[in-house]
Design a protein around this ligand. Structure first.
Ligand code: PMP
Length: 383
């Protein structure tokens, strides 16, 4: 969709990257580190300052005590953290429990490692935890589950009760959890992120993954961090070494400063994004979309059926990009089998300047008005 957006000069509300800079102090720290002769390979597990800052942040925000020397691994973004963690844990033939809709790197990596995916679906519009299906997905060959909370696309924030249910399953089946928590600091309306690792019995079963890209609106930097019990962290570090060796040292130093920013920064991030969510969600609702609740992350999902345009999600997103010059992502792309996935939902990123959101809404308003009449004549359906 991004390639299509570029081709048509569309406002790209597809991927979750902000169109504003991250915090000035963090960007300046990177520039200083860059000019300060700190440009050679750093230690494999990350520079000590960042490992210490990650450990401090785990304690400060989530009350999880972590040893910076043996339980933190800095990675080139959460993406490599996920792949390295799966490489470290999975043997061919293992079963991996995955929750659909799912972030796009999970399934290919699980399959590449020779594991058997066991997929369980959250159903729109409430995205409640399908407890019976989850219990059925776990079995004697389950090695791990991949859990993403706050959840990219449904914007679901898993509750303590839901996490406790998952913790029981993990203990019962002696399995691990790889927890993708890149949106740990982005929750709204009083919803609060709870790391599965903080639940009783979960400390040694969980690999926790964070991303400086999401926390500091610096997605191009690709600095991520894993927190895991020491034996797992060691193996994950080895896997990461094979993937990428090390991560840019100057950016690591700047992120260590970012993680120590005062609380104002983190509350400001959330409040700013909540206002953007409201702006986009309100605008989409005014245009006739049925907007689903978004409790966290950078995304709102909207039901296109009330618009009365006879296109499925993928065709709708293509049509919108080409005609309105606004790009969204079809939700069916987040399923292993798009043919059986919901085909009436599209995802918009709201981590954009107000002016970008307003311009996108304005373009949508014009095109949807035309689209409705075109749809009646069948022209949109052929687009
Ligand atoms: N996990 C989820 C759920 C994401 O949404 C993203 C980014 N879109 C990532 C991982 C990747 O993060 P990073 O850019 O740090 O690799």
């Amino acid at each position: 969709m991004s390639a299509l957006a570029a081709e048509h000069g569309a406002i790209n509300l597809g991927p979750g990257f902000p169109d504003e800079e991250g915090p000035e102090a963090v960007v300046c720290a990177a520039a200083e580190a860059l000019r300060g002769g700190q440009n050679q390979y750093p230690p494999l597990t990350g520079v000590p300052e960042l490992r210490r800052a990650v450990a401090d942040a785990k304690w400060r925000f989530w009350n999880i005590a972590v040893d910076p020397d043996s339980e933190v691994v800095v990675t080139s973004g959460a993406t490599k953290a996920i792949t390295a963690s799966l490489m470290a844990l999975i043997d061919p033939g293992d079963e991996v429990v995955l929750i659909e809709p799912l972030y796009d790197t999970y399934l290919p990596v699980v399959r590449m490692l020779g594991a058997v995916p066991r997929l369980v679906r959250l159903e729109p519009p409430r995205w409640d935890l399908p407890r019976a299906a989850l219990a059925a997905a776990f079995g004697p060959r389950t090695k791990l589950m991949l859990l993403n909370t706050p959840h990219n696309l449904t914007s679901k924030v898993f509750t303590t009760a839901e996490l406790a249910f998952l913790a029981d399953l993990l203990q019962h089946h002696d399995a691990y959890a790889v927890c993708d928590e890149v949106y740990e600091h982005i929750t709204f309306d009083g919803w609060r992120h709870i790391p599965l690792m903080s639940l009783p019995g979960m400390r040694d079963r969980c690999v926790r993954i964070g991303s400086a890209g999401k926390t500091f609106s610096l997605t191009g930097w690709k600095v991520g961090y894993v927190t895991a019990p020491a034996p797992l962290a060691r193996t994950i570090a080895k896997a990461h070494q094979l993937l990428t060796f090390t991560t840019a040292p100057n950016l690591q130093r700047a992120v260590s400063l970012g993680l120590a920013l005062p609380d104002d920064y983190f509350t400001g991030l959330t409040e700013g994004l909540a206002a953007k969510r409201d702006r986009l969600a309100r605008g989409l609702a005014d245009l006739g979309f049925d907007v689903l609740e978004a409790r966290g992350s950078n995304f709102v999902t909207a039901d296109i059926r009330p618009l009365g345009i006879a296109l499925d999600d993928a065709a709708f997103c293509r049509w919108l990009t080409e005609t309105a010059k606004v790009t969204a992502i079809p939700v069916s792309a987040f399923y292993a089998d798009p043919a059986t996935a919901p085909r009436h939902l599209v995802r918009f990123a709201f981590c954009k300047r107000d002016a970008t959101i307003d311009e996108a809404l304005c373009r949508l308003a014009t095109t949807l008005a035309e689209g409705r009449s075109e749809a009646l004549t069948g022209r949109a359906a052929r687009a």
